[in-house]
Design a binder for this molecule. Sequence first.
Ligand SMILES: Nc1ncnc2c1ncn2[C@@H]1O[C@H](COP(=O)(O)OP(=O)(O)OP(=O)(O)O)[C@@H](O)[C@H]1O
Ligand SMILES: [Mg+2]
Length: 340
Amino acid sequence: MTTESNIRNIPLPEDHELIEHYQPRFLGMGGDHLVYEVGGHPDVVIKASTYYIKDILLGEKTKDLVATEILIKNDQIRELRAFWGKKHTVPERRYLMRVPISKDLLDEIFKNDWLRRVPPNGYESLKEVWTSVIVQEKVPEINNPEHKSFSFGGFVEDELENIDQVQYEKLNHTFITHETVLNEEDLNLFFNLQDSPKTHHLKDLIKQAESDNELKEMLKKFVLQAIDFAIKTGNILALAGENNVIFYKKDNGWNYLLIDATPVHSGPVFKASMEILHKIMLGENIDIKEKDLLKKGLNFTRTINGFAKSLGLNDFLDIINTQDSLDKINFSRIFKASLK
Ligand SMILES: Nc1ncnc2c1ncn2[C@@H]1O[C@H](COP(=O)(O)OP(=O)(O)OP(=O)(O)O)[C@@H](O)[C@H]1O
Ligand SMILES: [Mg+2]
């Protein structure tokens, strides 16, 4: 059973006034947020962050710090909307709030924690927890089966135990350090490794674009804008999760929408990844949080570069500082004995 289907079966505490008033109905979750629709407000969804529930409960982040991070996030959303335009983004706002909770929900939230953390003593009797809550306009197109998710499905570095090391290095030397001239075989490597074979969303999009020129042109616009976004803002788009970015047809034309595209980290991840790579090239050690940031930066960069190439574009997003010498990077060594 997935966490999502378990959570769907856990009833919310009935005796809480927010639950009585809003009658939330669970819609789904990705890696972070529990997403609900609420009675009387058909145009919005409410998303409660499980990362912040854990960080605050364990005392790893104070409420004041979270309040500051929420301000930064709300600014980032403003920046995202200004950059990508209203047509491609969804109105949303974040708040620091107390939300109703139960022991069963907390057990599920802590299962498979990326740092293997466990709930604090006495969590069984908690009725409420603090967290960051997003109120976002509902996107009905998510329920249209014709829509396409632009996502790579899962971080390559989380699967390193099952991936041939030579292939992994080749993936990086092709789509990160730009060392080889790309050929058909490289694109196969991209679709077999970077685009998770379990979800194959990127392959599906390229296949459909072969016979749908309008989709192809919209995909090109998106990819070029993503490159420009990384360069100008120093940030990435969160492209791992299903439906974080969708392509859909409306009034016979294709559009794309960034729904959950800002990364969890509150600072600019592309810029941070460049700095971390530079540190590695200087022979310095990096900690687990830096590894996690770098993993996000690399997956975004490879996805954009591989997809651009699949569309026949020659544009390339560079995550390597121009003064750095490339042959010093052994990506497998950085991520082996891995992150999970
Ligand atoms: N605005 C929306 N309208 C309708 N449904 C939504 C909306 N936002 C999210 N959902 C539903 O909730 C699910 C999870 O949402 P979301 O991607 O925001 O969560 P997440 O945990 O932050 O994801 P990630 O794993 O990318 O961090 C989506 O796949 C979708 O089914
Ligand atoms: Mg998501």
